[in-house]
Design a protein around this ligand. Structure first.
Ligand SMILES: Cc1cc2nc3c(=O)[nH]c(=O)nc-3n(C[C@H](O)[C@H](O)[C@H](O)COP(=O)(O)OP(=O)(O)OC[C@H]3O[C@@H](n4cnc5c(N)ncnc54)[C@H](O)[C@@H]3O)c2cc1C
Length: 614
């Protein structure tokens, strides 16, 4: 107890506060410094930016590179690609904005020391696919983090942000954030003119395939805990496309990526009897989505649909045919290096299960759903678009500013812009950083003010789980069961079960309907009633407690959106069994939500999808 009695409050003032030092955050720091030489740029990160975020382990490919210097692709091509993959619904203004700048980000990565593979004959970057270039990327994150570290005035590692702060006089103006150090327990109050949220996506809101001691093995990073969504939601920022969760085909148990296998090694899938099954499901898909089935490349969700139906028909497991490709020593090397550069766990799983891909075609699996904004999916905050390109109703001020004044975002945080990946997230961070600096310069001396009472109240709230534990720990009835508190892991498992069973997880075959969603919302509200009784025995558990709080709020948002969209837009990601078809007449639109922090109510609306590119 002595340690926590001496808990200090540390005040930090900045012009630009960046929450999360992953790819979006590093881009935001770099560009804020470029445009704001004399500004105070602060990064706050719950881990250590050296190895934090979804790219922590490294990557083997940069998935978003146009290659404009060689005339390979143009930004318009990328918008068409993302729009097609998302069944028509993307923010074309935001996507175009990233695509036109992304190559310059990749060129900087190379300048900073990232080894990018080259085609020996042409001298161009070696392509894995139309948009992907191959890298030796084990150190991708440290290389990019070094540039951000040099750009930032200060980086606060090991500080988890729990809440945003608002201005005392203007209720829709952000003024900073609070959080705590997961190392020494100090309370941090960040007062800032602008805030850029770049806190990654959300894993572990749906029950994963691996439970118990294997639960850390998910596809998206287990530390992606939905802060990117909960922080803006808590202060009433509008969110978009939160129903558009993603489900991925991956190698079973290790979630090893399949992109390099399909694109570079030219491997393919077959059912348990050696048959190509995709064509079997053509008519079933056409019945659901009409002409979208003819689109090339076939949208990710529709390929998932064929996989799921084949397994349901009893002809699983689905396998990746690796035996042929692995006969070629060069391809075999690429196959293994692909894992060693970013998902070592998959190689270990194969070794432990006696799978040599030269001898055995490995099993694939359809993952549990994840919520994120940078992959083949586009959940996130509703943001203002670029001045020179966005339609009038997508613009209310500064590029990438949310519907809250002074609050910006990038990467997984921002909705409507699928397929940005690592390079696009970094680029979007740069765009947000530049706009935040412009916002500050336009402001002159206008400094938001933080309420001392609010800060004191939040300090009590943030540490409440430790107080609950300290008071209740002697009442343990059995094992870890206490009558007066619940542990973060218990709350997490309850959340995952609700989402899995009612909102379209693996346990319900990705199916849901209005009555299930209604019941899901009831159970979520009961879970929310219990959250003030979380108990945390140490600072690590305190972080888990706040991660859970963020996951629950984001899950509620996902459920509200899933209820609102009365169609099945992305079969293979989830199915509204009561509205089993795609409905372009009523639902060729974005879904928007706004949470009222005072009442706890959600307001839903539609926003038009503007097709800017032919
Ligand atoms: C398994 C996997 C494979 C991928 N493969 C590829 C690939 O091959 N090629 C490619 O280009 N892209 C790939 N990506 C995508 C890429 O990693 C993401 O698009 C990108 O990292 C998103 O950037 P971000 O800044 O939004 O999130 P992140 O990079 O995840 O950064 C978020 C940061 O916020 C921090 N944070 C979270 N909550 C808080 C909080 N409350 N307080 C303080 N800090 C917080 C986190 O610790 C983290 O550092 C892959 C991702 C995964 C998970």
């Amino acid at each position: 107890m002595g340690l926590f009695n001496s808990r200090k409050t540390v005040f930090v003032d900045s012009d630009v506060l960046i929450i999360g030092g992953g790819f979006g955050g590093c881009g935001a720091a770099y560009e804020s410094r470029y445009w704001g030489r004399d500004l105070k740029v602060v990064i706050v990160e719950k881990a250590n930016i050296e190895r934090s975020g979804a790219v922590a382990q490294g990557l083997y490919a940069i998935n978003c590179y146009m290659g404009m210097q060689w005339g390979e692709n143009q930004p318009e091509d990328h918008v068409r690609y993302a729009r097609n993959d998302l069944m028509g619904l993307v923010r074309e203004d935001l996507g175009y904005d990233i695509a036109r700048h992304v190559d310059s980000s990749v060129h900087m990565f190379e300048e900073w020391g990232l080894p990018i593979m080259k085609d020996e004959e042409t001298g161009r970057y070696k392509r894995e696919g139309k948009w992907q270039i191959m890298i030796h990327g084990e150190s991708y994150k440290p290389i990019v983090a070094e540039a951000a570290r040099k750009a930032a005035t200060k980086v606060y590692n090991r500080v988890m942000v729990t809440h945003l702060l608002m201005d005392v006089t203007r209720p829709n103006r952000v003024a900073g954030a609070v959080g705590f150090s997961v190392r020494d327990g100090n309370f941090y109050v960040f007062r800032s003119k602008t805030v850029i949220v770049t806190a990654g996506g959300a894993s572990h809101i749906f029950k994963p395939h691996s439970v118990g001691e294997g639960m850390g093995r998910t596809w998206y990073a287990p530390w992606s805990s939905a802060s990117a969504y909960a922080l803006p939601i808590q202060v009433g920022a509008k969110m978009t496309q939160m129903e558009n969760r993603i489900v991925l085909t991956r190698f079973k148990d290790g979630y090893g990526p399949v992109g390099a296998y399909f694109l570079h090694l030219k491997t393919y899938t077959e059912n348990a009897y050696g048959d190509n099954y995709e064509a079997t499901w053509y008519q079933s898909i056409k019945d659901m989505v009409g002409d979208y089935v003819e689109h090339q490349p076939v949208p990710t969700c529709l390929r998932n649909h064929a996989f799921l139906q084949e397994v349901k028909a009893g002809r699983g497991p689905i396998r990746m045919v690796t035996k042929e490709a692995f006969k070629d020593p060069e391809k075999e090397t690429v196959g293994w290096e692909n894992f060693l550069g970013m998902t070592i766990g998959q190689a270990v799983v194969w070794a432990s299960q006696n799978i040599d891909p030269k001898e055995t075609n490995p099993e694939l699996v359809m993952s549990e759903p994840y919520v994120m904004g940078s992959h083949a999916t586009c959940s996130g905050a509703w943001a203002s678009g670029p001045e020179d390109y966005a339609p009038a109703d997508y613009q209310w001020g500064y590029n990438r500013m949310m519907t809250v004044e002074g609050l910006f975002g990038a990467g997984d945080t921002i909705g409507g812009t699928a397929h940005k990946f690592s390079s696009g997230s970094f680029t979007e961070g740069r765009i947000a950083g530049k706009a935040a600096v412009k916002f500050i310069k336009d402001l002159g001396n206008d400094q938001p003010e933080v309420s001392e009472t609010e800060v004191e109240n939040l300090k009590t709230t943030v540490y409440q789980p430790m107080e609950n534990y300290a008071i209740g720990r002697n009442e343990i009835t059995a094992g870890t069961v206490s009558p007066s508190y619940l542990l973060p892991i218990q709350g997490l498992q309850r959340l995952e079960k609700i989402m899995d069973e009612y909102v379209g997880g693996i346990g319900s075959n990705y199916l849901t309907n209005e009555p299930m969603l209604t019941r899901g919302l009831e159970l979520l509200s009961m879970l929310k009633e219990d959250l003030p009784h979380l108990g945390a025995e140490d600072l690590h558990q305190l972080m888990r407690a706040w991660e859970l709080q963020h996951r629950v709020l984001a899950s509620e948002c996902v459920t509200q959106h899933t209820m609102f969209r009365e169609e099945t837009r992305w079969p293979g990601y989830y199915y509204r069994a009561d509205h089993p078809k795609l409905d372009d007449t009523d639902w060729h639109c974005f879904t928007l939500s706004r949470y009222d922090p005072e009442s706890g109510d959600w307001a839903m609306e539609k926003a038009p999808v503007h097709h800017i590119i032919d």
